[in-house]
Design a binder for this molecule. Structure first.
Ligand code: XLS
Ligand code: MG
Length: 345
């Protein structure tokens, strides 16, 4: 069991509140200002998209990119912060409208891989060895537009190029079943782990499990975590919550379904998640109704809820739990868990 968990989030989690049906509702916060909020809220790690770390990176050469990232590293050090990972953002560029690694355009596939190698260079300059791949547009709107077998081969090729570019980096694939594409090629943890086994160095390919993405796939996040833990592939997590199977809501951890969140904390704590330096990563958005001055509460709330649930997990009468399991009296066990979550005796 970890005595101390380290928490992380990305600067995109402090945002202006625009959604697909409405414009921004809050003013912007400068990146340097966001960095100052991490430690006071109990966060030590910063997650990055490659262009969070090096804005306009498409306009810079390799050396220019590393120079900018090296400057950022000094800023992080000044704030006592650690870069957790770097994720190539391949879903906004006009070239990657129909995917990056699995695009039908070979020039786009080459761009996506080149950009990913630069993300590895940024990770090195920031002092992290973890790359997260959210394969946002690696999928289809209609099946006939691509070839699902060839797509897996292309994803393996892209991962292998990153693994060869730096023999010391690890890659955490972040599965999601849909959105922005209608059907993603790597929808679940099982698909991601299987993809890793096709790559040149499977030991360096793991997963980043997002609670909401598992829920969107109709799965339980804690079971996905257990599966990844059994494979020793849980390199990081994106904790949040979600109202059922629809668009990704990125709600505060535990705010929709406390029992589901409890079971994520329970499995992570039971198997010593964090003991190899893994961060408890959050990927959450403030409600659009929050005013600017209250637009980081989802971050402090999520960490508070995680730690409160950790108290519940560690406060369980495990002897009573084991006894009820041995008795196969799951109704009684159900009540024991619900009462623990209610703070009732
Ligand atoms: C989607 C991803 C994305 C991050 C990481 O949930 O986590 O939010 O940008 O690529
Ligand atoms: Mg995420």
């Amino acid at each position: 069991m970890q005595s101390q968990y380290r928490f992380s989030f990305g600067p995109w989690n402090i945002h202006e509140g625009a959604d697909p049906f409405g414009p921004t509702v809050r003013g912007s916060m400068a990146f340097a200002q966001k960095l100052k909020l991490f430690k006071p809220m109990g966060y030590d790690g910063v997650q990055f998209h490659d262009d969070d770390a090096v804005p306009e990176m498409n306009d810079l050469d390799g050396a220019g990119i590393v120079k900018k990232a090296t400057e950022l590293k000094k800023l992080l050090e000044g704030e006592g912060l650690t870069a957790e990972f770097v994720a190539p953002r391949l879903w906004e560029d006009p070239r990657t409208i129909d995917g990056g690694y699995t695009s039908n355009d070979p020039a786009t596939r080459a761009y996506a891989i080149e950009r990913s190698l630069r993300a590895v260079d940024i990770a090195n300059a920031l002092g992290t060895k973890l790359i997260v791949l959210w394969l946002a547009r690696e999928g289809t709107y209609i099946r006939e537009s691509k070839d699902s077998k060839r797509a897996v081969d292309q994803l393996v090729e892209a991962v292998n190029r990153m693994l060869a570019h730096d023999p010391s980096i690890s890659i955490a694939i972040e599965p999601k079943p849909n959105e922005p594409v209608d059907q993603a090629y790597i929808p679940t943890v099982g698909h991601a782990i299987a993809l890793g086994h096709l790559c040149s160095d499977p030991a360096r390919v793991g997963v980043n499990i997002e609670s909401a993405h598992a829920i969107l796939a109709g799965l339980d996040p804690s079971d996905e975590m257990g599966f990844a833990l059994a494979h020793k592939k849980l390199f990081t997590v994106h904790l949040n919550d979600q109202n059922g199977i629809k668009f990704d809501e990125d709600r505060s951890f535990g705010s929709i379904d406390l029992r589901r969140a409890f079971n994520q904390v329970r499995i992570l704590d039971k198997y010593g998640y964090g003991s190899n330096g893994e961060f408890v990563g959050l990927d959450i958005k403030a409600m659009r109704t929050q005013k600017l001055e209250a637009s980081t509460k989802h971050l402090s709330n999520s960490r508070t809820i995680f730690l409160r649930l950790l108290d519940v997990v560690r406060g369980l009468d495990q002897k009573a739990v084991d006894g009820l399991i041995a008795e196969r009296d799951y109704e009684e066990l159900d009540l024991l868990i619900v009462k623990a979550l209610m703070g009732a005796r």
